[in-house]
Design a protein around this ligand. Structure first.
Ligand SMILES: NC(=O)C1=CN([C@@H]2O[C@H](COP(=O)(O)OP(=O)(O)OC[C@H]3O[C@@H](n4cnc5c(N)ncnc54)[C@H](OP(=O)(O)O)[C@@H]3O)[C@@H](O)[C@H]2O)C=CC1
Ligand SMILES: Nc1nc(=O)c2c([nH]1)NC[C@@H]1CN(c3ccc(C(=O)N[C@@H](CCC(=O)O)C(=O)O)cc3)C=[N+]21
Length: 279
């Protein structure tokens, strides 16, 4: 089994970013990371994103707000960031605490600054197969992993486990755009195991540590693990039991070191595209 390493894909995206930056005059694009509260997975994504922006020579600033901030106060603060001409891209860490109406923020965020594809405009574009908007970075990262490793999607059976707005759904649309035959699975899916086994490509975005083992995987399949969980020993692990795939899958992404490392590279690419469009 071949291990598909995120760092190699990230390095290819870095080349694209450098190429895009060549023609750029004036100030370096700046990302605003907006966080409410101190959720551990928000904090680790924030750390990873800050590190990647620095490595790619881009600017980033964190804007952190207390977990009990009122809806009104948060909207006022978010507006300032949204309208600030010094900031060309925004990553809003989600989900937000329940007192804040997330839907209103999705409608407020300027589509040209919405690097993680949460605004209705960007979602509609992903749905329509229009590449002029921003897709959620994680969904796009999965496609980047497949493309960088020259794994064909056209005509292939792709099984996506998970239907969230940040991974499963947009990813299914991106795969459809690549001419894959897509099946979307979720908690109500009957015969999950048999369905997963039929995939030429199996994507796990369930959020359950090591739930999918070798018994869900067809011989020779490519397995992409989007999950980021913490196992019983406090270590980072995916939705897939990686070690159980040996002798079954042809290729698989590890966790850590797989899709997660590509997500932040896609975020950096989106920031540069946003920067270019706003000058
Ligand atoms: N690599 C990265 O950069 C990122 C990684 N992640 C990780 O990806 C994973 C998924 O994230 P996200 O999409 O936000 O998660 P959500 O919890 O929003 O969605 C999980 C999806 O999986 C489905 N699901 C859950 N349990 C089962 C089950 N037993 N059988 C079948 N389907 C199931 C749910 O179905 P239903 O809709 O029926 O409830 C739901 O659609 C998480 O581990 C998260 O940490 C997330 C974002 C970025
Ligand atoms: N709008 C929004 N989009 C998200 O995609 C989103 C979010 N909000 N809120 C939080 C969750 C959680 N999440 C993580 C991503 C990477 C790591 C992570 O650890 N990344 C490591 C690499 C891990 C690896 O190598 O697999 C890094 O970037 O260095 C953790 C958590 C994203 N999320």
């Amino acid at each position: 089994m071949i291990t598909l390493k995120g760092a190699e894909v990230s390095a290819k995206i870095r080349e694209q970013v450098d190429e895009l930056c060549k023609g750029m005059t004036g100030s370096t694009p700046k990302l605003a990371i907006v966080r409410v509260g101190e959720r551990p997975d928000d904090l680790s994504y924030e750390r990873g994103a800050l590190k990647k922006m620095e490595a790619f020579g881009l600017l980033a600033e964190s804007f952190a707000f207390p977990g009990d901030i009122s809806d009104e106060d948060f909207k006022r603060e978010f507006s300032k960031i949204n309208e600030n001409p010094e900031i060309q891209g925004i990553l809003l860490l989600r989900p937000l605490p329940e007192q804040i109406r997330e839907k209103d923020i999705e409608e407020m965020i300027q589509p040209k600054k919405d690097l993680d594809g949460i605004s209705p405009v960007n979602i509609a574009k992903v749905f329509a197969g229009d590449e002029s908007g921003f897709a959620p970075c994680t969904a796009e990262a999965v496609v980047e992993v497949l493309k960088a490793n020259e794994i064909p999607m056209t005509g292939k059976k792709v099984i996506v486990v998970g239907r969230s707005m940040v991974v499963g759904r947009p990813l299914s649309m991106l795969m459809l755009k690549e001419n894959a035959t897509v099946t979307i699975c979720h908690t109500r899916t009957e015969n999950l195991k048999e369905t997963c086994k039929q995939g030429d490509i199996l994507v796990a975005a369930v959020g359950r540590a090591k739930m999918l083992d070798g018994s869900y995987v067809g011989t020779g399949a490519v397995v992409i693990d989007v999950g980021i969980n913490v196992d019983e020993n406090g270590k980072l692990c995916g939705d897939v039991d990686f070690d159980s795939l040996e002798g079954i899958a042809s290729m698989a992404t590890p966790v850590p070191g797989g899709v997660g490392a590509v997500t932040t590279a896609v975020l950096a690419k989106h920031l540069v595209i946003a920067g270019l469009s706003q000058r």
